[in-house]
Design a protein around this ligand. Structure first.
Ligand code: ZN
Length: 243
């Protein structure tokens, strides 16, 4: 008896792909594991919408790094969720300074953003017969976003499977890695070529700044996302020199 397949999508993955460092690394991780990989980005009127424009350069670069990966890459999806900015009042969607707010959360927090993203992703995966959904949520370096926690993702996986009567698997390969380890994972998956591609073409800065080029890539250098990226890069670079 042949192993039962999960509809047609047993070995297909849908990667939440924003154009940032984490999601670019997740894309490479998925390409190394699944025979077919589709991507999904969200347009929610984010101030750093420039990250969505980074996706094409990243995908072209990834195709050039590995011929097998080029063959595995499938459809690229973008879903617009303008509602998210209409119900949020945060520094990610409005032109205000990024700072710590009440309850110890930075005002970049869009309530429930990852729950919404993963639910839309699962609905799309359902329609396309895809079983595996991959996201860059991370509990290690996180800014206190409760929707990035491992328990949140696990609970959502249960809810989605009950609510859609499917056996989705939500993969979060970065959950227990800090930013330096995320760079190391990119190196493991695609060598210096992938590290250089992500450094040059991925976008992290919350302010959407791509003017200044630092050794870790482009960004304002001041916002929490830039600082985290810079710190991770410096640790990774130091470890690479030592090793
Ligand atoms: Zn920045």
């Amino acid at each position: 008896m042949t192993e039962p397949t999960h509809e047609t999508g047993g070995n297909t993955a849908l990667v939440l792909f924003s154009g940032g460092q984490d999601s670019a690394t997740c894309l490479a991780w998925a390409l190394a594991r699944f025979s077919r990989v589709e991507t999904l980005g969200f347009d929610y009127c984010q101030r750093h919408a420039v990250e969505l424009d980074c996706r094409a350069a990243l995908i072209n670069g990834i195709k050039a790094i590995h011929p097998d990966w080029a063959k595995r890459l499938g459809e690229e999806h973008t879903l617009a969720i303008p509602t998210l900015s209409a119900i949020s009042d945060t520094a990610l969607t409005r032109d205000v300074a990024i700072e710590m707010g009440e309850g110890g959360l930075p005002n970049t927090f869009v309530p429930g953003r990852n729950l919404i993203f993963l639910t839309f992703a699962a609905a799309l995966a359902y329609r396309r017969g895809i079983r595996h959904v991959v996201g860059g949520m991370c509990e290690t370096d996180y800014s206190g976003y409760p929707d990035c926690r491992d328990d949140t993702i696990k609970a959502l996986q249960v809810a989605l499977n009950l609510g859609m009567d499917r056996r989705f698997v939500l993969h979060t390969p970065l959950m227990w890695r800090d930013k330096a380890q995320t760079w190391a994972l990119a190196h493991e998956l695609g060598g210096s070529a992938l590290v250089d591609l992500i450094r040059e073409q991925s976008h992290t800065c919350y302010l959407g700044e791509r003017g200044a080029r630092h050794e870790w890539g482009y960004g304002c250098g001041e916002c929490p996302a830039c600082q985290l990226r810079a710190k991770g890069w410096q640790q990774f670079a130091a470890a690479s020199r030592a090793g």
